[in-house]
Design a protein around this ligand. Sequence first.
Ligand SMILES: Cc1cc2nc3c(=O)[nH]c(=O)nc-3n(C[C@H](O)[C@H](O)[C@H](O)COP(=O)(O)O)c2cc1C
Length: 226
Amino acid sequence: MTRFFLGITGASGHAYAEALLRALVAAGHEVDLSVTEAGAKVMRHELGIEAGTRGERLAQALPSWIGAPAARSVRAFASDAVEAPPSSGTALTGGAILCPCSMGTLARVSAGFSSNLVERAADVALKEGKKLVLVPRETPLSPLHLENMLRLSRLGAIILPAMPGFYHRPKRVEDLVGHVVGKILDRLGVEHSVGARWEGTEAPAEDAGVERPKSAEKSAEKDRSP
Ligand SMILES: Cc1cc2nc3c(=O)[nH]c(=O)nc-3n(C[C@H](O)[C@H](O)[C@H](O)COP(=O)(O)O)c2cc1C
């Protein structure tokens, strides 16, 4: 079991945060969770969850949000709880994920400016050499956004934009969300079955005695269809 810090900010894409939270707990991990003030507003808008900015409010929302058993693996902290364990390098174990990460939080983290627990936990991960995965969501990106990402990448943070691919032929929003969340879990070293894994498009040569994957058969059938 590893404990991760998940910071949810005011960027759009709270479905990613929800899927990530569920996946971390399902994989047997514990999560310290904090939502920024703007994050609480976007969460209400996108998920209909009243997280508030107080840890107690967020803790109360968790059982109906992700289910009571999963909620037991999550500790909720107020956004201004700078005295909470994730504020210290002695407490953090598996790393921090900011998902989704707003351009505001990204800028403050890149400047080492910790105005709340989410930014402080990211700062701690950087100074302790722990994993820091940032999942920015914005478009288009200004040179300032790009410079902030480059600076953080050079400092060792993993910049993993909420930018799902379509090559796995998603059918539902969940498939798109799972594509990004699977990549986050891969970078954290968490075993999972979230999101499809790419198996290639090319069918192996038939005379090589290699079994033809079903996906290749389907695509070959499609190519032959009028
Ligand atoms: C509905 C909604 C969607 C937003 N989406 C984004 C977004 O995708 N990316 C972003 O950087 N900011 C977005 N914002 C703006 C941020 O919430 C705002 O800059 C806020 O100050 C960020 O604060 P935080 O970094 O402390 O969470 C959005 C705001 C709202 C209300």
